[in-house]
Design a protein around this ligand. Structure first.
Ligand code: HEC
Length: 122
């Protein structure tokens, strides 16, 4: 009898620990989510500010469908060969990782002209 209760205590303890670890990891993921607004400001705005010869682009320049189309179909064609002088002269496609790209895309779509909260990137 005694043996069994020790075993089950250990088992329950194990599950509690696993549960805690799960919570900790979830929290970490949350913290690591990239800030699309900051990224847009840092990586898009320098080339697309008001008066820029490349055109001024903020999330509310386009409606959601136009952003989808741009990120899915035009991004690599229009930016693939560009070098970004604002970030040490690296190629735009090399400096913006897939995670950053997703965050910027989500931000632009969430704040497009026809979204609930149209926004410039500030
Ligand atoms: C190094 C400068 C540079 C950076 C950084 C840059 N762009 Fe551009 N962008 C350009 C240039 C140059 C063009 C014009 C390309 C053309 O007309 O062929 C352009 C064109 C565009 C267009 C219009 C072209 C189309 O296909 O509709 C959009 C929208 C755009 N950029 C959005 C962005 C976004 C969003 C970011 C950040 C993720 C970004 N750009 C980062 C230089 C840049």
């Amino acid at each position: 009898m005694r043996r069994i209760s020790i075993l089950s205590t250990m088992l329950i303890g194990g599950f509690v620990l696993l549960g805690l670890a799960g919570v900790a990891t979830a929290g970490k993921d949350e913290g690591q989510k990239l800030d699309g607004r900051k990224l847009f400001k840092e990586y898009c705005k320098p080339c697309h500010a008001e008066g820029s010869e490349n055109g001024e682009y903020t999330p509310m320049t386009y409606i959601q469908d136009q952003w989808e189309e741009f990120f899915e179909e035009n991004w690599k064609d229009t930016h693939g060969d560009l070098v970004d002088p604002h970030h040490g002269g690296k190629k735009v496609l090399d400096e913006i990782t897939p995670e950053m790209f997703e965050a910027i895309k989500d931000f632009a779509i969430d704040h497009a002209a026809d979204s609930e909260h149209p926004m410039t990137c500030g």
